[in-house]
Design a protein around this ligand. Structure first.
Ligand code: ZN
Length: 266
């Protein structure tokens, strides 16, 4: 599973999740190493698979041992590593996205509940406000966001990044992290892989002007991969593959960001 997808799934739970079933996933280790998920004690209950009638059982700590009480088998001891829970480190994610977008006015603590102002992106034509809320699934989520916004300077253009849900708070646009972030497995950071102004519905006039430093080299790699049939169907995956080739071919250069590569592909 992709790191963005896994982080989104964990955020959307709104509660610590068991680490044990995730340890087989490479993305889990990438997220842990990058500081995007962190330990949150032990889970409160687990599923007992040791008896004939599987059931949920509360995790208890007795004498020196973690375990559960099974009606059939009595006390069953469990290793702490089987019970570890993890939660997302939202502060780390918010700071990462703020850096990726070059945001100003980033706030390092939530503005309300679990809602964060990632910051303001100053584009040539307009300013775009960027917020994060774990989920935008129901009326309660929406009310929380409206409360958070009541103390903010209103922006004409802005986006709300979320892990789950499609509700929006006009004029701000809601976007799933899965649709706009890409994980750079070498640098261990998320790139903003979408077109921020387009997502926010902001005017794009006066954009650009400076030809991309990477354009010629990228065009060559992209064309070669299309010609040889190596180009991958997914745009994120292909952008990552191209970025890796770029890095290999130009080891002394800072490679283009995933969003730059994606723009070059389209
Ligand atoms: Zn049992």
């Amino acid at each position: 599973m992709d790191a963005v997808r896994l982080l989104g799934d964990i955020i959307a739970q709104n509660a610590p999740v068991s680490a044990a079933p995730l340890r087989t996933l490479q993305a889990f280790h990438a997220l842990t190493d990058g500081g995007y998920i962190e330990e949150a004690g032990v889970v409160q209950s687990i599923h007992c698979n040791d008896c004939d009638v599987p059931h949920d059982a509360a995790v208890v700590f007795e004498a020196t041992q973690y375990g559960i009480h099974c009606p059939d088998l009595g006390f069953i001891s469990k290793e702490r590593s089987e019970l570890v829970a993890v939660k997302p480190n939202l502060e780390r994610l918010v700071q990462n996205v703020a850096d990726a977008l070059g945001c100003k006015r980033t706030k390092s603590t939530p503005i309300h509940g679990q809602i964060w102002r990632i910051g303001i992106v100053t584009a040539p034509s307009v300013d775009v406000a960027v917020y994060f809320q774990p989920t935008l699934c129901d009326a309660l989520d929406l009310r929380s966001f409206e409360t958070a916004l009541s103390n903010e300077t209103r922006s004409q253009y802005g986006i709300i990044l979320t892990a789950s849900g499609q509700l929006s708070c006009p004029p701000l646009k809601t976007v799933q992290i899965e649709d706009c972030l890409a994980f750079d497995e070498v640098a261990m950071v998320f790139e903003f892989a979408g077109d921020l102004l387009a997502i926010a519905g902001a005017p794009e006039k006066n954009r650009g002007g400076r030809p991309s430093l990477y354009a010629a080299k990228l065009a060559k790699i992209i064309a070669a991969r299309v010609a040889s049939g190596e180009a991958l169907p997914g745009k994120n995956a292909e952008a990552r593959a191209i970025q890796t080739i770029y890095r290999t071919e130009n080891p002394t250069e800072k490679p283009p960001s995933i969003s730059t590569v994606k723009n070059a592909i389209s």
